[in-house]
Write a protein that binds this ligand. Structure first.
Ligand code: GDP
Ligand code: MG
Length: 309
């Protein structure tokens, strides 16, 4: 299968190699980013208990002897409100026919709801095999699983139904089942490459994750993080990031009393970034007000939400 536009193989002509693209879809907050991190054994996608954290498509690679699986964490699918959200939904839908397997994540804690049915409707014309992953099974009793499976199987002809707990890294034989569906194909990324996203992007995402953790209500959603500088020196990597908000009042909250909030965001993001990059980091954060950035296509392009054709 011709993969996601713009991704070229590293190596062709190895008949015994298998590879493929696997997209992870589902309502906001069902655990898509958690699953991607669990599959990779590393944190590349940000996680939050607030919905709609993931704004961009993130690829994560799992390599096993003779196989490369390329996973795609998509923004949650929901009814669009802002222009930004429209782009996010389009990103998710556009990938359906470009991939080899679709992993549709739902929550074990509730029966199929309106949001899940909306997604199932979008899948109606899709030829790609869809696996239903019932996530968060650590939160329910085993007996509760059967009616769920029954309910979902009435709604769609899923290729597989697999209960998992992404948080507890209890992903069962998911990788083996996926492997069986992958065609012969080339290796797309080097063995040691974990994600297609540049380090800059992941660092910006880590800052955004801390903002989600530490602030409330509309603040995280009104925020964009742009890495202005990332300079590797022999002993230290210097990072300057700008946090854009929409209003002065939001700027005040993000900076906090005597700069306390901004300092906390910076410290936590720096610690995660140091783990990821394996380097000592000096991180400087700035907060700037940019009214209406969510409606501004240039700004969205800048933070990678609208991909250029
Ligand atoms: P996304 O919006 O679909 O990417 O969801 P996230 O990966 O950001 O997760 C949303 C919330 O669900 C976070 O608080 C996660 O810790 C939590 N979560 C994800 N997977 C599981 C799971 O298997 N069990 C439990 N108990 N919580 C989970
Ligand atoms: Mg996510």
């Amino acid at each position: 299968m011709m993969p996601i536009s713009g991704i070229l193989p590293l190596m062709v002509d190895n008949k015994s190699f298998k590879s493929g693209f696997i997209s992870i879809i589902g309502r906001p907050n069902v655990g898509k980013s958690t699953l991607l991190n669990a599959l990779l054994g590393e944190k590349i996608a940000i996680i939050s208990d607030k919905p709609q954290t993931t704004r961009n498509r993130i690829l994560g690679m799992v390599n096993q002897p003779g196989v490369q699986m390329v996973f795609m964490d998509t923004p949650g699918i929901h009814k669009p409100m802002h222009k930004m959200n429209e782009f996010m939904v389009q990103t998710a839908l556009a990938t359906y026919n470009e991939v080899d397997v679709i992993l549709f994540l739902v929550e074990a804690t509730e029966p199929p709801g309106g949001g899940d049915r909306f997604i199932i409707e979008t899948l109606s014309e899709v030829k790609t095999p869809v696996f239903l992953l019932i996530n968060k099974i650590d939160l329910i009793k085993k007996e509760a699983l059967f009616p769920l499976i029954d309910g979902y199987s009435k709604l769609y002809n899923f290729a597989e139904i697999i209960p998992i707990s992404a948080l507890k890294s209890d992903i069962g034989d998911l990788l083996d089942v996926i492997k069986k569906r992958l065609p012969e194909g080339p290796q797309y990324f080097p063995d040691d490459q974990l994600t297609d996203q540049p380090e800059r992007f992941i660092v910006a995402e880590l800052v955004r994750e801390k903002i989600f953790e530490l602030t409330k209500e509309e603040i995280p959603y009104s925020t964009a993080v742009v890495i202005e500088e990332m300079k590797e020196e022999p002993d230290i990597t210097r990072i300057t990031a700008v946090i854009y908000v929409e209003r002065d009042s939001q700027k005040g909250i993000l900076i906090g009393k005597g700069g306390a909030m901004l300092k906390q965001i910076g410290t936590l993001a720096r610690q995660d970034a140091e783990k990821l990059l394996g380097a000592k980091i000096f991180m400087q954060l700035w907060v700037k007000v940019k009214k209406g950035w969510r409606e501004d296509e240039r700004m969205l392009k800048n933070i990678g939400i609208v991909t250029e054709e």
